[in-house]
Ligand binder design. Structure first.
Ligand code: GLU
Length: 507
């Protein structure tokens, strides 16, 4: 690794919401930068105006904030290389394209889109599909390599549309090192003469990406595997500019849960889980996609899950704080092959984080949800609810699954009553139990439970016969947290009231 200060970037194109794979790329970049005391910057690559989607940039920035993956430089953060939005850097790219032309590494091409289309069609008819503008075909095209110099000058002076293309050398074997994949070898004959600068005055992704990575002093390019095919061109461009290339690390794909192909943006909610961090509404089609935030995920759980989707620690630790992630992360432990996304494991992570969150913090989180339902309780009471419900909860919303913790049951589960309640008998028993409750001075779950045991033992009855009755009185159903805990939370007076009501309704 070089001695230079580590500088990495996340460089999304604002063409839609950020896919969870994009969040993972940002995370790995962030962790790597922090681990090495370097910089993590965000650059917006918006040179393709045709694919620009309003709202996407804000979405990306908000999603990173939600995840706690904060750049220390870039769009929305400023820094020594501002601006960080490529459309605002537009004036600087032309000179770099010209530099390559003057060095003989690029050329002007005047072929119109119609002419190129025609050639492609003819090639297809001649059973030679995938025609390319390359080191062979460029010799018969309209460009500054084939046209006389004065003709080229005249066309440019005349304002004719042209693009600048990279002049890929013929038949050279080139290799570069990828930290994850090892040596990647390619022959330049496999590559075409990519457009670097477009007729609309905008650079293409390739030119802007390389120029920006160089001028922003990026040391490591950590990005998705889908960019691996572009890397040979990028390596050649660094060579052409005579710039030192950054180190590359191409991350493996995130696969669908069944392992059949890449988990794509188009999967949306189709597979029963979100692929985006936040809700998204497509501004053109109005189509809505759900996000992990709105589904009730903790950002830390989501990020923790993403960490292990492609990277593995040397031990089998699964839960990591952000600091632990920073301390243990290494690019070398990123796998080469795709990782299957596991929606159930994602829920498991959320459950772990929920359980680890102090009740008072959970209480503050459920307060807005309670207000929506018109329920007003103190934070202490809400914390008591969380304590009872958190063992079974996966999401914050699950903490509200016990309506009986907020008000007396208004109905009683008919099956439960039919199965457990013996008319004329159960009422009397519950009445007696209610009187026993008077004698419990400190109304805690442990004391209630101890008295209950004493009560049924004295009566010669079994737990299974009496406990469900108490439960029905308190909650109206047979499932949920322990009755003694529910009773302790709602208090003695309310407990006795519920027993009385239940007897009057069911006995
Ligand atoms: N703009 C590219 C993207 O949308 C960036 C690829 C790269 O990191 O070089 O993913």
């Amino acid at each position: 690794m070089s001695e230079k200060r580590v500088r990495v970037r996340f460089a999304p194109s604002p063409t839609g919401p950020l896919h969870m794979g994009g969040v993972r790329t940002a995370l790995y970049n962030y962790l790597f930068a922090k681990k090495h005391g370097g910089d993590f910057l965000i650059r917006i690559e918006d040179t393709d105006q045709g694919r620009f989607v309003p709202g996407a940039e804000d979405y990306i920035l908000e999603a990173l904030k939600w995840c706690g993956i904060e750049p220390n430089e870039g769009v929305g953060y400023g820094g020594p290389h501002a601006p960080y939005r490529q459309s605002e850097r537009k004036p600087m790219y032309r000179a770099y394209a010209e530099e390559l032309v003057s060095k003989g590494w690029a050329y002007y091409a005047f072929d119109t889109p119609e002419e190129l289309d025609n050639i492609r069609k003819q090639a297809e008819l001649a059973k030679m599909p995938n025609w390319q503008y390359n080191s062979i075909s460029r010799n018969t095209m309209k460009n500054s390599l084939t046209l006389p110099a004065d003709d080229v000058q005249a066309r440019i002076a005349n304002g004719d549309a042209y693009v600048v293309r990279f002049k890929m050398p013929r038949n050279e074997e080139v290799r570069f090192h990828d930290i994850i994949r090892g040596w990647v070898v390619f022959n330049t004959n496999e590559l075409d003469d990519k457009v670097l600068f477009k007729s609309d005055g905008m650079p293409t992704y390739h030119l802007a990406n390389i120029v920006d990575d160089h001028t922003m002093e990026i040391t490591h390019v950590i990005r998705g595997e889908e960019w691996l095919p572009s890397a040979p061109l990028h390596v050649m461009m660094y060579r052409a500019f005579e710039w030192e290339a950054p180190e590359f690390a191409h991350l493996p794909l995130i696969l669908k849960p069944d392992g059949n192909g890449k988990l794509s943006k188009r999967d949306g909610d189709r597979l029963g889980f979100p692929v985006f961090p936040l809700n998204w509404k497509d501004p053109h089609t109005g189509e809505q996609s759900s996000g992990y935030r709105e589904r009730g995920y903790f950002p830390k759980a989501f990020v923790n899950m993403l960490l292990l989707l492609g990277w593995a620690p040397s031990n089998n630790q699964e839960i990591f704080t952000m600091q632990e992630m920073i301390d243990t992360f290494t690019i070398e432990r990123i796998g080469k092959s795709g990782s299957k996304f596991d929606p159930e494991k994602t829920k498991w992570f959320n459950q772990q984080y929920l359980r680890a969150t102090p009740n008072l913090e959970l209480a503050e989180m459920i307060q807005p949800l309670l207000k929506e339902k018109g329920i007003e309780v103190s934070n202490e009471y809400a914390a008591g609810v969380c304590e009872l419900m958190k063992e079974r909860a996966v999401f914050i919303q699950d903490l509200l699954e016990g309506p009986y913790l907020f008000s007396a049951p208004s109905t009683y589960d008919a099956d439960a009553v039919a199965k457990k309640w013996k008319k004329g008998e159960s009422g009397a028993l519950m009445n007696e139990w209610s009187n026993v409750l008077d004698g419990i001075s400190e109304f805690t779950s442990a004391n209630i439970e101890a008295s209950f045991k004493e009560f049924i033992t004295a009566k010669g009855l079994g737990m299974g016969a009496v406990m469900p009755l108490f439960r029905i009185c308190l909650t109206g159903v047979l499932t949920g947290p322990a009755s003694s805990e529910v009773a302790a939370l709602i208090g003695k007076e309310e407990t006795k009231k519920r027993i009385a009501t239940c007897i009057s309704v069911n006995d």
